[in-house]
Ligand binder design. Structure first.
Ligand SMILES: Cc1cc2nc3c(=O)[nH]c(=O)nc-3n(C[C@H](O)[C@H](O)[C@H](O)COP(=O)(O)O)c2cc1C
Length: 191
């Protein structure tokens, strides 16, 4: 394997649907994109990358399953004795990334992380299969939510006029901004 070979592999080979309307609320758009991915037969479309940082600021990332999405945030669950749990205790902030290859769609979510109630964590553990519950005491299991500050929806296009819709949480609620790349030019975002 070499760099030239890697570069020769095709990218953005999926087929993107119409972007459609941009609702005021990122949760509504996320749900419609997730449903579209299910309809298209994307395998395990609720798998996502969860990134956290450790006490030294060193990033970490791993694959998790999305448990719920609502106005309260994007929910995920895991073992309190895990590295992610330790990192979230010290730095309760995270980023999530989804990539639905056949749709040429990606979503990024950033925000602070809140631990759910003991009852919600216990309910999540109880909903797992017996095999997945094995060896996990109820007090070892936690459900967390990323409470979003910024949510980005990215949709690729064969002519490279990729579309990004960025939602930022402001005082008056969500403010979506649509960024369209000129062909061959990378889109920029005002910060
Ligand atoms: C498709 C897939 C789904 C996974 N779902 C979860 C999950 O929902 N919760 C979890 O704790 N780990 C899940 N894992 C395992 C994690 O990727 C990871 O190995 C584990 O949580 C330990 O991570 P940590 O050491 O960074 O805490 C999943 C792995 C894969 C590949």
């Amino acid at each position: 394997m070499d760099a030239a070979w890697l570069r020769s592999l095709p990218t953005l080979t999926g087929r993107a649907p119409e972007f459609g309307q941009v609702p005021d609320d990122p949760v509504a758009l996320f749900r419609s994109w997730l449903a579209a991915a299910v309809d298209r037969g994307v395998p395990e479309p609720h798998a996502m990358t969860l990134a956290t940082v450790d006490a030294d600021g060193m990033p970490d990332a791993r694959t998790l399953i999305l448990k719920d999405v609502s106005r309260a945030g994007w929910a995920f669950a895991g073992d309190r004795r895990s590295a992610k749990a330790l990192q979230l205790t010290m730095r309760p902030a995270a980023a999530l990334a989804f990539w639905w290859q056949p749709m040429v769609r990606a979503v990024r979510v950033r925000g602070h992380v809140q631990e759910a109630s003991a009852a919600e964590s216990a309910a999540d553990l109880a909903a797992r299969s017996p095999a997945a519950r094995e060896g996990i005491a109820v007090e070892d299991w936690a459900l967390w939510r990323v409470v979003p500050e910024r949510v980005e929806f990215w949709q690729g296009s064969p002519d490279r006029r990729h579309v990004r819709v960025v939602y930022r949480r402001g005082d008056g609620g969500w403010a979506p901004e649509t960024l369209r790349a000129e062909a061959g030019v990378h889109e920029t975002e005002e910060t």
